[in-house]
Ligand binder design. Structure first.
Ligand code: NAI
Length: 329
């Protein structure tokens, strides 16, 4: 039994993400929850002849509880997306409450599941989920992930356009967080390696940091990235399933996690990031979630300066998420 639950399944990301999970043959049950339209999305997908049994839930009649019960993996794309001239932090007011309420449901009905948070601002929504789980004494840092895979996917695509390599074969670690200057592409660690000029590094860094804005602008107020995000979310979920269900070893992806997820509690990484508790780095995945968070080694002076600029912003985002729950009466 591998039950995957999508919270916010009827949205721009939720629908294509649900489709991609329906096509994933490791999934036996796919539960789709939203405040609108989820039974329709579920009925539609249920006609596809792949193994996953698809069910749809709305809030009445214990919908959230029934969707979550028995979950192996929960993916959360619920919440409003950006419009032009909005930052991800502008979404906090609306999305913080949505994510908090869903996390309360998870604490009660699926406390052992893997939790993949897509809802923005990810830098704050992941601490919100962690704080709710802590309040209920069910926080397992090894199983809570902020999905930053779209930044990694964009990096492969944009670097491929510059180097001419097949973008499917390009890996660029993107670390830090998931908004503007907190997105830190480590181009010196690109694989296959490439010798970029400083002008190329500056242009690529800026495009990877603000790639989301290209989509927001092109959609002219109709939202942000949905289709590319769905693909990125499905890729990350597949990595989790390959590690946890199939027991595949050596799977590494970047994700925004609590440093307690690391085997040594992030002792080595923490001084490098000025004591932050949350950071996106390369994480090794195992049967029970994160097994190891990779260090930041041999950064170039330029990458060090990007890291330095990201830290205060990340700290503010993290503290804002924590305060939202701790100061909640
Ligand atoms: P959307 O507005 O198309 O869909 C959001 C869905 O959430 C809607 O179907 C809505 O009914 C549902 N929803 C709202 N409140 C809910 C609740 N309490 N319980 C369950 N469902 C609820 O938005 P879209 O484009 O799908 O984006 C969703 C989120 O993902 C946004 O916060 C966006 O900023 C974020 N995002 C994250 C990315 C990342 O890289 N992590 C990339 C792109 C978007």
């Amino acid at each position: 039994m591998v039950k995957v639950v999508i919270l916010g399944a009827s949205g721009g990301i939720g629908q294509p993400l649900s489709l991609l999970l329906k096509l994933n043959e490791k999934v036996t049950d796919l539960a789709l929850y939203d405040i609108v339209n989820s039974p329709g999305v579920a009925a539609d997908l249920s006609h596809i002849n792949t193994p996953a049994k698809v069910t749809g839930y709305l809030p009445p009649n214990d919908g959230l509880k029934n969707a979550l019960t028995g979950a192996h993996t929960i993916i959360i794309p619920a919440g409003i997306p950006r419009k032009p001239n909005m930052t991800r932090d502008d979404l906090f007011k609306t999305n913080a409450g949505i994510v908090r309420d869903l996390a309360i449901g998870i604490s009660q009905h699926a406390p052992n599941a893997f939790i993949l948070v897509i809802s923005n601002p990810v830098n704050s929504t992941v601490p919100i989920v962690a704080e709710v789980l802590k309040k209920h004494n069910v926080f397992n840092p090894k199983k809570l992930f902020g999905v930053t895979t779209l930044d990694v996917v964009r990096a492969s695509t944009f670097v491929g356009e510059v180097t001419g390599h097949d973008s499917r074969d390009i890996r660029v670690p993107v670390v830090g967080g998931h908004s503007g200057i907190t997105i830190i592409p480590l181009l010196s660690k690109a694989s296959p390696p490439h010798s970029f000029s400083q002008a190329q590094i500056d242009a690529l860094t800026n495009r990877i940091q603000y790639g989301g804005d290209e989509v927001v602008k092109a959609k002219e107020g109709a939202g942000s990235a949905t289709l590319s995000m769905a693909q990125a979310g499905a890729r990350f979920a597949n990595a989790i399933l390959n590690a946890s269900v199939k027991g595949e070893a050596g799977i590494i992806e970047q994700s925004y996690v609590h440093l307690d997820a690391d085997e040594d509690g992030g002792k080595q990484l923490k001084p490098k990031i000025d004591g932050l508790d949350y950071f996106s780095s390369s994480v090794e995945l195992g049967i029970n979630g994160v097994t190891k968070i990779h260090q930041l080694e041999d950064l170039t002076p330029h990458e060090e300066s990007l890291l330095k600029a990201a830290i205060p912003e990340l700290r503010g985002n993290i503290n804002k998420g924590i305060a939202f729950i701790r100061e909640d009466p």
